[in-house]
Design a protein around this ligand. Structure first.
Ligand code: ADP
Ligand code: MG
Length: 345
């Protein structure tokens, strides 16, 4: 099911939790909504689900304007971080619940429900556990039951709000891969909310980066990591440093001096670069500063460098350096970004 979100605005007492949000989700796509807490991810998911309604704008499911349809009429499945299962029901009863409570006209016969539950158990790889109660399952198993329960009503879209948020890191990683594989098997249009960039980048076909009720960028993991389109995306995803620069006659100037970088148009702005996109250099046109800390990672090191700023607080940047490069604490280091982007002021 294709979903089109057109110019959505959502206000709570005049505060705009979402402001002019537009997004097209292709049928069968796995989309991650990624952003810091409070950026509007849950609000957007609730509007898609029909648990709440937009102040302005429209939501289409295919050609159907679903903006004001009730949650029952949208046929969506959702799983939340703390989507508690019914404690007094077995796994099988939990999964079958959504079918059993249907009005009799659309309720499948008992044998059919039984068959569907058994297929779903298979699908989430929990066959054999149908008679257990939730408290006899691990956290990861419980969330898979929640997913099976969401799938039981044959939803047109699957909406997942930080479904693995409450689980420990190792289980989360396993479930993340499992979900990707599950999605590829079942092909459901899926919107997945997370504040964990690793989860979003690994899992999703496309990542929607949100900040303060707006979409900052939509793209593949490569797009948002390698080609961030705003200072926010550059800083929020991965590691980065930035310095104020000017561009004059094709030359990038920092503190009025060329630093060995060229850029087209004259401008003033912030030069952003990632630690891994830096080389040490002896050239006279380069950035330089004092190494204030060195952190060993597995196969490399991160040097923290302070660049003097005329008596003001120094600029602080982080660059990756090879393990055996002559970079020492307290010494001067010269370096130049190999990939960078300048955002105009
Ligand atoms: P996220 O899921 O990205 O953490 P939310 O969508 O939950 O963010 O919230 C976005 C903003 O909207 C926050 O500032 C939050 O406080 C506000 N908000 C969300 N729901 C309500 C509500 N029911 N009433 C008032 N403010 C709300
Ligand atoms: Mg949320």
């Amino acid at each position: 099911m294709e979903v089109r979100i057109n110019n959505i605005r959502k206000e709570f007492d005049r505060f705009a939790a979402l402001n002019d949000v537009s997004l097209n989700i292709a049928s069968g796509e796995l989309i991650a909504l990624l952003g810091p807490s409070g950026s509007g991810k849950t609000t957007l998911l609730r509007l898609i689900a029909g648990l709440d309604f937009p102040t302005d704008g429209k939501i289409f499911f295919g050609d159907e304007d679903a903006s004001h349809h009730s949650v029952q009429d949208r046929h969506v499945g959702f799983v939340f971080q703390h989507y508690a299962l019914f404690r007094h029901m077995t796994v099988a009863q939990n999964i079958g619940f959504g079918l059993k409570v249907r009005p009799s006209a659309s309720r499948p016969p008992k044998t059919e429900i039984k068959k569907r539950v058994s297929d779903l158990l298979d699908m989430v790889q929990l066959s054999g556990l149908e008679n257990r109660y939730p408290n006899q399952l691990s956290g990861g198993q419980r969330q898979r039951v929640a997913l099976a329960r969401a799938m039981a009503i044959e939803p047109r879209i699957l909406l997942l709000d930080e479904p693995f948020g409450a689980l420990d890191a190792k289980v989360r990683k396993e479930l993340r891969r499992w979900l990707r594989e599950f999605h590829d098997r079942t092909g459901h249009t899926t919107v997945f909310v997370t504040h964990d960039q690793e989860e979003a980048l690994e899992l999703a076909d496309r990542v929607v980066v949100m900040s303060q009720g707006k979409i900052e960028q939509v793209g593949s993991a490569d797009d948002v990591y390698d080609r961030p389109q705003s200072p926010f995306v550059f800083s929020f995803i991965g590691e980065s440093s930035h310095l104020p620069v000017e561009v004059k006659d094709g030359t990038v100037l920092f503190q009025g001096e060329p630093i060995g970088l060229s850029e087209g148009a004259n401008t003033a702005g912030d030069l952003f670069f990632r630690p891994e996109d830096v080389v040490l250099t002896d050239e006279s046109q380069a950035l330089s500063g004092k190494v204030t800390a060195c952190r060993r990672l597995a196969g490399t090191r991160i040097a923290e460098i302070d660049i003097a700023n005329n008596g003001h607080a120094p600029f602080h940047v982080e660059v990756e350096v090879p393990l055996h490069a002559p970079v020492e604490l307290g010494a001067e280091a010269r370096f130049r970004p190999t990939r960078w982007k300048i955002f105009n002021k």
